[in-house]
Design a protein around this ligand. Sequence first.
Ligand SMILES: O=C(O)[C@H](O)CO
Length: 347
Amino acid sequence: MHKIQLRHIQQAKCLVQLLHKATMSSLPSVFVTRPDVDNSGLELLRKSCNVTSWSQTIPVPRDELLRQVKGKDALYCALTDKIDADVLDAAGAQLKCVATISVGFEHIDVQECKKRGIRVGYTPDVLTDATAELTLALLLATNRRLFEANKQVYNGGWKSWAPMWMCGQGLKNSRVGLYGFGRIGQEIAARILPFKPSQITYTTRTARPAEAAKVNAQLVDFDEMLCLSDFIVVCCSLTPDTKEIFNASAFKKMKPNCIFINTARGGVVDQNALYDALLSKRILAAGLDVTTPEPLPLDDPLLKLENIVILPHIGSADIETRKEMSRITARNILAALNGCQMEAEVI
Ligand SMILES: O=C(O)[C@H](O)CO
């Protein structure tokens, strides 16, 4: 090939590279703190943003988060990341949006974000069914002692069928109290109904008569729920009002056959008080999908109890749900970057 032609081709290549570089550098930049299922949300972001992501399954270490967020226009985070003023400072004044792949957002200092004009996105609704389903699974595993019974099959404890062996407490004719009656609480109630409880009650700040009528639930105050329920299911969000609301005094009011289920947040429970209540058989059993801290240390006293089922915060862990959570998180970011309405914004 002629020398001049070659030079022209090289110049053209260089120009394309330069243009590409220029376009890339003008794209908004996003830091993603968690890998997602099949890159569902990340693929969406990559179409119009420069995406940097933490690719390990363990949470991004704090110093790495502070380093990576610098200069970014948006942050895609999870409930394992504490997003406070230090992170926002480290990011810089150009940060426009923090979007979490969760319905809970207590890990984000929303006030601080608002003060700085940073929009906050989250993922309600999409995980309601998955979380309600898991709550039922946990409730049934706890009341019918599934894990305890399953162990006996392997450890020689299964000697023969016996009338009273491994008996649990059925939901039928029981009184179920829901603490919290938002989307998830209502779906839990709908799933409990076919088990024929004698009554479903709910305790919230605001009565929801129309929603309650659909599942035949009655509004009761906190004390009444504590004193009369055979099952208490916690499905509220963690706020200063609900922090450790299930404390020693609350457990003292419960019936000795009460089964306590929590798929909301570990922080609503005083865990030492729960431990005492279970050890002393003040209440019958507990099923937890959430604890403080997470993960629960292997030497935590709760792990020594027989009358508890503990799961590692898997309420929303179904594949399609998690993929859609990631896509919503991505769409929230794209909307915020384009100055549009977010699919779900914390306001
Ligand atoms: O807040 C949430 O989204 C759940 O706890 C985890 O999916």
